[in-house]
Design a protein around this ligand. Structure first.
Ligand SMILES: C[S@@+](CC[C@H](N)C(=O)[O-])C[C@H]1O[C@@H](n2cnc3c(N)ncnc32)[C@H](O)[C@@H]1O
Length: 271
């Protein structure tokens, strides 16, 4: 088995989800696209936001640039990927080169709250935000920033974790933060924030089927990881696998009872 992880303990579990997702084991469990629904849901957002050739896309909180590069390739748009991590910028650039779209794709390491318009940030037809809003401490302020850099008539296209009611204590700490749940809101609250920032919601829906699919995929991979630990080809503390499986089981139950979900919002800047 090709997965070799021997420094999992070095990853600060209490840190923001983006640090967790930089870990190779997380990439192996989830894939390069760090959100439920993967690139199929990204395509749906792009279609609803009328992304196409010649249009300018900002992938705000782009992770390793999987959606940024995919959309540049599939729609012919020009894309900027914005992320907090330097390794995201590096990985994104490598991916863009590998797919031959480096002339239309740029990666910038910056914070949504302090975007430097001198670096070409601004005048976007579409702002994409997948599994990012839930993680932001300053949600309304960040949405207002994104409004400013969206062209009149342009769109903000969001998918994110939704939480209605209270999470069980096990998911309120670092595991909840790692899974983007800790400060997630319900779909109505996200929509109110988007509208208060100046956008008009054009489409919204629950996409909770995507969470079930992701949980199933991670569950299968955890079984493989467990087997690999048994064979000595994966060096990870087995208790982490057990803990992750317990959290997944709990998350599945929460999706079933409606506490946990995933939502899609596409909104337009009218003024
Ligand atoms: C869960 S990952 C999602 C990555 C990507 N959107 C995807 O779906 O594959 C969260 C991303 O949001 C980024 N992020 C979080 N807060 C941010 C901020 N204030 N400014 C810019 N990026 C931010 C992180 O750097 C990370 O890349």
């Amino acid at each position: 088995m090709a997965v070799q992880v021997n420094d999992l303990d070095a990853a600060p579990v209490g840190a923001c989800c983006s640090i967790i997702y930089s870990h190779p084991l997380a990439t192996w469990l989830i894939g390069e696209s760090f959100h439920p629904g993967g690139l199929a849901l990204t395509d749906e957002l792009a279609r609803l936001a009328e992304l196409g050739p010649g249009k300018r896309l900002l992938d705000a909180g782009c992770g390793r640039g999987a959606s940024t590069v995919h959309l540049a390739e599939s729609t012919g748009c020009e894309a900027v990927g914005l992320t907090l991590e330097s390794d995201g910028v590096e990985r994104g650039r490598q991916l863009a080169e590998a797919r031959g779209v480096q002339d239309r794709v740029t990666f910038v390491q910056d914070d949504i709250m302090h975007m430097d318009t001198a670096t070409g940030i601004g005048g976007f037809d579409v702002v994409l935000m997948e599994c990012v809003l839930s993680t932001l401490e300053q949600k309304p302020e960040s949405l207002r920033q994104l409004y400013r850099i969206t062209k009149p008539g342009g769109y903000i296209a969001i998918t994110d974790v939704t939480v209605s009611g209270e999470l069980p204590r096990q998911l309120q700490g670092s595991i909840g933060a790692a899974l983007c749940m800790a400060d997630a809101r319900d779909l109505d609250e996200y929509m109110s924030m988007v509208e208060e920032a100046g956008f008009r919601v054009r489409e919204y829906r629950s996409a909770k089927e995507a969470v079930h699919q992701l949980i199933k995929k991670i569950g299968t991979r955890l079984m493989i990881a467990d087997a690999a630990i048994g064979l000595g080809s994966l060096v990870v503390d087995r208790s982490m696998i057990v803990e992750a499986r317990d959290s997944l089981k709990l998350a599945n139950k929460l999706v079933d009872d409606g506490t946990l979900g995933y939502g899609l919002i596409v909104a337009q800047r009218v003024g």
